[in-house]
Design a protein around this ligand. Sequence first.
Ligand code: ARG
Length: 255
Amino acid sequence: MNRNFVLAGLIATVLVLAVGASGCVGTQSTQEKVLVVGTSADFPPFEYKDPKTGNITGFDISLIKLIAKKIGYDKVKIVDMNFDSLIPALQAGKVDVVIAGMTITPEREKVVDFSIPYWTADQAVVVRKDSNIQINSIKDLYGKTIGVETGTTGAIYVKDHVGKNATIKEYSTYVAALEALLNGQVDVIVLDSPVANMFVHKYPVKIAYTIKTNEHYGIAVRKGNTKLLNEINQALKEIMNSPQWEQLIKEYFGS
Ligand code: ARG
């Protein structure tokens, strides 16, 4: 092997790397379009921290990345916070969109705009696997200690329908509510059925009862941000009608 030839090769490689790197930096500082996304990463399989890497991942995260790419963003920046901080953060302009398994409700629609629905859920009453608590109606929750996540439809439902007839404990994340259930600090937790199903597969808990609330999840944008909302809706429709949708479901729900 000719030494000069090897040397020339090395120099060429270094040059290519240098140009590549500076090219990157150039785009980053000048024109990279970033979509800032708020979520609450305690809600598997929609958004959660990967146990190995600690990175935020999930169905919603992959979905918003696909949408962002389709509507011309180079990058997505995920901002994790408590669920009840998401709408204030959106209103304050700290994030551009919220995707967090968030139910479209008339109260929320007064303050933010929602995309077309992309998922449905009910509320599940979850107990420890060895529990003999029987729930056949909402009234069976009377006298119980109930764990919920602050600001969620589950929390609102329990307050409205059980109220003072039970002890309601609010947690800032559903992960904390689940821990409280496992530790015996609460008798039941009430949360969205798809997430409850996930918890049943991973922890010693079971679903005692399902409250048919028929909720629809939407992606939220600031009120009046019609341009972004229309773009998101268009992209969402395309994705939901493409094989990408089944792939997402397979990846995060396993079927
Ligand atoms: N769907 C329920 C709601 O909108 C619960 C959502 C909780 N999401 C989360 N990422 N923790 O209130």
